[in-house]
Design a protein around this ligand. Structure first.
Ligand code: SF4
Ligand code: SF4
Ligand code: SF4
Length: 251
């Protein structure tokens, strides 16, 4: 049986997710036993016409991105979004909170007409996405799980519960009790609650759980004397595309 042909593509991003893959080290050789990497700009010059699995890093933020992602989708059997930028628009989507023309002027000045730009969107807003690997940068264990599952014809397990669940299982001290603001109650788990484990609050890099418990989040905030305005501000960092100000008005 031939090995699945795998390709990696970058869109608007810091390329941190792709660089993260180059750190696979111990797993890289085992990985090459089960897949053929046919295109990966960060690591090789080769190009291919079609792919069994295309991994996409970055958000869609220009007309040329839209055209290119449609082309890749047409040539791929499975398309997987890699990291917060590709999955939920990520940090790039913060620009959507301001008028596009103003943002272009601030960044490019009088050259703004040379850079066609549209609001930053997750890949799934433009083409069908088969699987999502979350985090900023993307989680390596999740990447390996999704890749191996597709390679052997299984559906990868996708986590859809809050970071608080993992945090409590690890018996971490809750940072809310130390007066910090934490997005763990509404953020999708899978990172092992790594930030609270080291005494930091969760900034929501893995995006929202699919059924956000708004009432529970409001109650928790009130109990700890924390402001709902602060919640909205914090969610802008990684969830600006997902969560409109109207939606989080309930918080
Ligand atoms: S998700 Fe984070 S690490 Fe990955 S490309 Fe976006 S900003 Fe960079
Ligand atoms: S530290 Fe954050 S993630 Fe952990 S239990 Fe408290 S609110 Fe939830
Ligand atoms: S705890 Fe929150 S911010 Fe930290 S890695 Fe997990 S989801 Fe991202």
């Amino acid at each position: 049986m031939s090995k699945p042909r795998v390709a990696f593509f970058d869109f608007t991003s810091c390329e941190g997710c792709q660089l993260n893959k180059l750190n696979l080290e111990d797993d890289l050789l085992a990985l090459l036993d089960i897949v053929d990497i046919v295109e990966f700009r960060e690591a090789m010059d080769d190009k291919a016409d079609s792919y069994d699995i295309a991994f996409i890093e970055g958000s869609i933020s220009s007309p040329s991105c839209v055209e290119r992602i449609h082309d890749i989708r047409r040539r791929s059997k499975f398309l997987v979004a890699l990291g917060a930028c590709a999955v939920q628009g990520g940090i790039n989507a913060m620009k959507n909170l301001h008028p596009t023309d103003w943002v272009k002027e601030e960044v490019y000045g009088e050259d703004k007409y040379l850079f066609p730009s549209i609001p930053a969107q997750p890949v799934s807003a433009v083409v069908k996405v088969d699987y999502e690997i979350r985090g900023c940068p993307m989680s390596i264990p999740e990447f390996l799980h999704v890749l191996k599952s597709i390679a052997i014809g299984r559906n990868p397990e996708i986590i859809d519960y809050a970071v608080c669940v993992e945090c409590k299982l690890k018996e971490n001290e809750c940072v809310l009790d130390k007066g910090m603001f934490c997005l763990g109650p509404i953020t999708r788990a899978g990172c092992g609650a790594i930030c609270p484990e080291f005494g930091q609050y969760c900034t929501g890099c893995r995006g929202l759980v699919s059924n956000v418990n708004q009432n529970g989040a409001v109650d928790m905030l009130k109990k700890h004397g924390l402001s709902t305005k602060e919640a909205v501000k914090r969610m802008d960092m990684f969830c600006a595309f997902d969560v409109s100000r109207e939606t989080i008005g309930g918080l």
